[in-house]
Structures are given as structure tokens and as C-alpha cells.
Design a protein around this ligand. Structure first.
Ligand SMILES: [Mn+2]
Length: 474
């Protein structure tokens, strides 16, 4: 780790303009670590930009320097066409707009230019170093990564994180899964910067930002990721003037009325499956709208309230997001249950006892049903209890298939009939079969519904998505 930190110090020293990227949505740890590094690099005379796709939640607005966060970053928009004039000098350049085509006519003084003389590239980027913090994989950077994937290969990336699911995407990876938080990892790093620059970098604001990361990620030292090192680090930060009471007050003791209303909804939706030691709750757009709560106001409830359910091993809070995804937060009450494995089933990741995922869904309720069944299945395997629901689904499938056969016999001609029902196909991972009769009147499914398809002119089109297996019987 010491060697890795030294490499980071060297990288930062060589760079002029640094792009700091916390994962989205931001929390106390990702904000604390990106802003602490911002202040440190400013003291070292660097140009620094902190970008974050989502707004800063109200409860973290008190953190020092949140105002420097921008919600977009400027890259060069230039696309450069280079003409090699070694063989012939340039005579004229003419430009012509023909409908949608913009022609550039280049005439040589002698002879002719050919395509071999032309090359293309993008304008230089403003930044020479990217540092991601609290980010397990690049997709957690949201639209910044989706819109500019090439940026992350053209500029060196330093990956500072503590998630078990981290996939070491950086050129330098300072990843310690034993750390309670990313900010805890920054304490020795800042110390290394101090030694190297012979400047005193740590101050009250930086200490407050770092402590905010530890306090939020450990749930105020209540979560299982709290270690002797987190206590020692926090003691050191308080010694440096970290404002612990201010953090506790804003993060844990200030609740909006809308938050309380939203929490009420979440509590009223709680479902308990004692057999599978699983507790979950869902929160829909309607709940958000009716309580006038914002999306980030669900933060904290899973730790404060749901984990208190006795006899529970897994806790899930599923919310309907505005971007057509179902967002899941997972907690396990024992290290024996690794919820990051569950999160990974839905394209997410995280820690053994705290993980999350975003899962695309057309219909939140249907997606929630499927996710809950998958978690039951996971627990059924773990606990060795009978997975009744699986049998149920199989029985259900047989029933539908039977009905479909009967229907075919009773109503031989459905031709010309308008299709009313939407066809549905099953989801990934388990081998499923979807049987169709020739009129596509009935479609049976062996697993929970994820995708829908609308037959049109006897052609059924599906929106195919990566990671799904669609299997049809002939
Ligand atoms: Mn963290």
C-alpha cells in the first residue's frame, strides 16, 4: 500500500489539471473524499475540478466546499483533421455545404492529396489525471462515463476505493476492502503528500470531510465495518479539529417532514419472510410524489430502522427511480451472508454487509416481484429450506401450458382477432422456456416477467438487453 501511495504522490506531482470523480449517487464518503482531495490539491497548487452527476443531498450541504462541485465538465469539442503537407504545399481550401454534407475541398500546389495524407483525432483534453473515489467500477460514474468512455483510456486513472467489488479499473489502484470508508484511506495518503511537499496540509475542513466519510459509512460506528483503525483514524481527525457534532447533527439528527412521511410509507410497506430470514420494503414514484420527498431522502432508513428486525439476515429497500431503473439497497445482519453476491446478480456490487444495484425495469412492481423471488431463491439455497416458490412457478407454468393447449382445441381460429394481451418473456439466469402457439395468443413463462413484447402483424419484437437469455420453444 505504501508503494501505491508513493505512486499516487508522484502522479499528482506530475499533473497540472486533475479531475476528481466521486461515484453517483454521492454520499458522505464519496463527497468527503473528493472534497478533501480537492482542498489538498489546491494547497499543492493544482487545478482541480470535482464533478458529480447528481445534486448534493441537503443533509450534506453543510460540508465545507460543496459549492466547488460542478455537475458537468468541459472537454475539448474539437475534432481535428490533419493534412500532411510534406509532399506538396497546400494551394486552396474550399468549403461547401451540400444538404447535410459539409465538403472541404483541398487543392495541392502540385499533384494531388490522397486519403493517406489525412488523419483524424480529438482535441486535447483539459485534464491530465482522473482520480475516482469510492467508486467500485466506472459505470458508477453514471453519464460521465457513458458519454466519455474514451476519456478513461486516454487519461491515467487513479482508483481510490474500499468496495469489495472494485474491479481495479485504474492505472493505479489504491483499494483496501478492510477500510471502513474511502476517507479512512486518505489519511495516510495526505500524510504522504505532507512529507513529500513539506507542507502542513491537514486542517479543520479536511479533517471534517474525512470524518464525515467514516461516520456515514460506519453508520456512526455502528456497522460491522467499524474497526480499531476507524476509531484511531477518527480520534486523529478530531485532534485536527474535525467538527464531529456538526456531522452528527446534519447527517443523523436533522430530518425534513417529507423525509419522515416517506419513512412512514417505507415502514408501512415492510414485508417479512421469516422462512427465508428476509425483510424488504418498496417505495414507488407515487410515494415520492405524494410525500413530496426527494430521491435521496431514503438514505439512512435502511440502516436505522430495517436492520432492527429480529431474526432477519437480509434487508432490501427497493425504490423506483426516475430513470426507469429499480434501485436496490441491501444489508445483511451477519457476515455469513454476502449481499454483494445478490447485488451482483442485478448488475450491482458493494460490500459483504452493505451493497446496492440498479436494475432496468419497465414495470416497477413486476421487477420488485422478480427481485424478491431471486433473493428468496438465494436464501433458500443458503438455508437449505424448500424453495416452494420455485415449485409454484413450475406448477403455474404447467397450468398455463395446459390452458393454452385447451384453448387451441376449443378455439381453433383466432386469426384476425385483435391482440389484447401483452406478451411477456422470462428473465435471465435460469433456463426458461416460452411457448407460443401460432397466433401468439398465449405465452407461458416459467419465471418472473421482465420484458414485454407487443405483437404487431404477427411479428413479435423484443427489446433485447445484454445479460438476458430469451429462449423460445419452436
Ligand atoms: Mn464508501
Amino acid at each position: 500500500m505504501e508503494k501505491v501511495r508513493k505512486q499516487i504522490v508522484e502522479m499528482v506531482k506530475r499533473s497540472k489539471s486533475i479531475l476528481l470523480m466521486p461515484s453517483a449517487p454521492v454520499d458522505g464518503d464519496s463527497l468527503g473524499s473528493s472534497l478533501a482531495l480537492y482542498l489538498v490539491f489546491k494547497k499543492l497548487g493544482k487545478q482541480v475540478t470535482v464533478v458529480c452527476a447528481d445534486p448534493v443531498p441537503d443533509s450534506f450541504q453543510f460540508l465545507p466546499t460543496t459549492k466547488v462541485i460542478s455537475h458537468d465538465f468541459s472537454l475539448s469539442n474539437d475534432f481535428i483533421v490533419t493534412l500532411d503537407c510534406a509532399k506538396s504545399k497546400l494551394k486552396t481550401i474550399e468549403t461547401k455545404l451540400e444538404h447535410d454534407k459539409f465538403n472541404i475541398i483541398i487543392t495541392a500546389k502540385a499533384g494531388q492529396f490522397t486519403d493517406k495524407d489525412v488523419s483524424f483525432h480529438h482535441g486535447p483534453s483539459k485534464y491530465d489525471l482522473i482520480i475516482t473515489v469510492d467508486t467500485g467500477d466506472l459505470s458508477q460514474l453514471g453519464r460521465f462515463y457513458e458519454d466519455n468512455p474514451e476519456l478513461f483510456t486516454s487519461i491515467p486513472v487513479v482508483n481510490i476505493d474500499h468496495h469489495a467489488s472494485n474491479d481495479f479499473f485504474g492505472k493505479i489502484n489504491y483499494v483496501d476492502v478492510m477500510s471502513s470508508s474511502t476517507t479512512e484511506l486518505l489519511i495516510p495518503l495526505i500524510h504522504d503528500f505532507e512529507k513529500d511537499s513539506e507542507l502542513e496540509l491537514m486542517d479543520e475542513d479536511i479533517a471534517t470531510l474525512l470524518l464525515a466519510g467514516i461516520i456515514t459509512d460506519t453508520g456512526s460506528f455502528q456497522n460491522a465495518n467499524t474497526t480499531p483503525r476507524s476509531f484511531a483514524a477518527s480520534a486523529l481527525l478530531v485532534k485536527h479539529g474535525a467538527r464531529q457534532q456538526e456531522i452528527i447533527h446534519h447527517v443523523f439528527k436533522t430530518k425534513h417532514l417529507s423525509t419522515l412521511k416517506l419513512w412512514g410509507r417505507i415502514l408501512s410497506h415492510i414485508k417479512v419472510d421469516q422462512q427465508h430470514k428476509f425483510v424488504w420494503s418498496t417505495i414507488s414514484r407515487k410515494d415520492f410524489d405524494e410525500t413530496r420527498a426527494r430521491d435521496d431522502e431514503t438514505g439512512g432508513i435502511i440502516d436505522e430502522l430495517l436492520t432492527n428486525a429480529p431474526g432477519t439476515e437480509i434487508v432490501l429497500l427497493l425504490k423506483e427511480r426516475t430513470d426507469g431503473m429499480a434501485g436496490g439497497s441491501l444489508r445483511s445482519t451477519t457476515p455469513a451472508v454476502d449481499v454483494s453476491q445478490i447485488a451482483e446478480m442485478f448488475g450491482g456490487g458493494g460490500h459483504v454487509q452493505a451493497s446496492g444495484f440498479k436494475f432496468p425495469c419497465d414495470n416497477f412492481e413486476e421487477a420488485a416481484k422478480m427481485i424478491v423471488e431471486k433473493i428468496r431463491e438465494f436464501q433458500a439455497k443458503r438455508l437449505g429450506v424448500s424453495a416452494n416458490f420455485q415449485e409454484n412457478i413450475e406448477n403455474e407454468t404447467k397450468k398455463i401450458a395446459k390452458k393454452s393447449q385447451q384453448k387451441e382445441q376449443n378455439e381453433p381460429s383466432n386469426e384476425g382477432k385483435e391482440e389484447k394481451t401483452e406478451k411477456r418473456v422470462s428473465s435471465k439466469t435460469v433456463t426458461k422456456s416460452v411457448s407460443k402457439d401460432k397466433n401468439m395468443e398465449e405465452t407461458s413463462f416459467t419465471e418472473t416477467v421482465v420484458k414485454k413484447a407487443k405483437p404487431k402483424d404477427n411479428v413479435t419484437t423484443f427489446e433485447l438487453e445484454p445479460g438476458f437469455t430469451y429462449k423460445f420453444e419452436d
